[in-house]
Design a protein around this ligand. Structure first.
Ligand code: AHG
Ligand code: MN
Ligand code: MN
Length: 329
């Protein structure tokens, strides 16, 4: 799976050979390069944030009712700008922006052929404490026959054509998934170039980890309490509080992440369109699964950009085990 000899393959080269000019993916190289370029800019701001006075909140509350950190706002602005400059994105839906951003002239140009849904900075509570955070992107082909409107992005996650996430951790990695293919690239911080470091990623056979906020235990239904008891048996609990970093660890090392509904978070806590759908897509391409406890999340017909969803994601066997316990309780 891991191939250090492949590290001479850069993300730029990879995108050029895999996507440019292809029937299905042409233009995707511009979208992914925009993400990589934004991630490079952000990486340095994250590393130097404390020194530059860029940590802490903006004083605003976002559409989720959550405090906006300066880096939430900077990352949102950075990626919106990168997508606009890429000339291949027609519309962006973003956690930090109430309504979808429709780029000017995108309706008049066939070249603006992608829609992106993003959580530009995942793990906001970890920004100020030097813990891994990330960015999450779901990528969709625009339906050319239809005029774009804010509703154009309300499509099931199964229609994504690809998904990308970045983890700003002990190193900065960018993972790209398209149909049946998941590849990890690691950034060289000296020049922002990403190099292929893990090719054809799939979940390992072992499942040493489960990830859950057990401070919610008293608010869970019995089925969840029982499912977590079963996961606890022989596994280590790992919970960073940055979904994307928890997901990445469980993908590489084996495990499952849960943030189910409870009496406080009655629809779950995480967001369908820019957290569950993109990471769910990656999980499925790597041989794993994603569920809300009853159904495959990728089949859900969304009703609004910022809706929440209960999330069980990771190793397929463990996701199915949790579903079975919930259903039989
Ligand atoms: P965001 O920073 O984009 O708002 O997302 C935070 C999410 C997710 O990253 C994490 O898994 C979850 O919030 C943690 O929630 P708790 O603090 O309730 O465990
Ligand atoms: Mn998030
Ligand atoms: Mn966020």
């Amino acid at each position: 799976m891991t191939s250090s000899s492949s590290s001479h393959i850069t993300l730029t080269k990879f995108c050029e050979t895999q996507y440019k000019g292809s029937d299905t993916y042409d233009g995707l190289e511009a979208v992914i390069n925009a993400i990589a370029s934004g991630a490079y800019e952000l990486e340095s701001q994250i590393r130097n944030g404390n020194l530059l006075g860029m940590l802490g909140s903006t004083g605003d509350i976002n559409i989720q009712g959550e405090i906006v950190q300066q880096l939430d706002s900077i990352s949102s602005d950075t990626f919106v700008r990168k997508f606009q400059d890429s000339m291949h994105v027609a519309m962006v839906g973003c956690e930090e922006i109430e309504h979808p951003v429709l780029f000017e002239n995108s309706d008049q140009s066939d070249q603006h052929d992608y829609i992106v849904l993003m959580d530009p900075l995942d793990g906001s509570s970890n920004i100020d404490v030097a813990v891994s955070i990330g960015s999450i992107f779901g990528i969709w082909k625009r339906q050319n026959s239809k005029t774009l409107s804010p509703e154009s992005l309300l499509r099931p996650g199964a229609e994504q054509i690809g998904a990308v996430y970045v983890v700003y951790g002990s190193c900065t990695v960018l993972v790209v998934a398209t149909q049946d293919k998941v590849n990890e690239f690691t950034m060289n911080p000296a020049n922002g170039e990403f190099h292929l470091t893990s090719a054809d990623i799939s979940y390992p056979n072992k499942t040493p980890y489960y990830s859950v906020n057990d401070g919610n235990t008293a608010r869970w239904i019995n089925g969840i309490v029982q499912a977590v008891d079963e996961l606890r048996d022989g596994r280590s609990q790992r919970y960073i509080g940055s979904l994307v970093a928890d997901f990445h660890r469980n993908l590489i090392k084996g495990g499952v992440f849960l943030y189910t509904a409870d009496t406080k978070n009655t629809d779950g806590r995480l967001r369908l369109m820019y957290e569950a759908n993109p990471l769910g897509y990656v999980s499925v391409q790597a041989g794993g699964a994603v569920s809300d406890g009853m159904n495959n999340i990728l089949e859900i017909q969304p009703v609004e950009l910022h809706q929440r969803v209960p999330l069980i994601i990771g190793d397929k066997g463990l996701v199915n085990q949790v579903i079975k316990t919930i259903k039989s309780s």
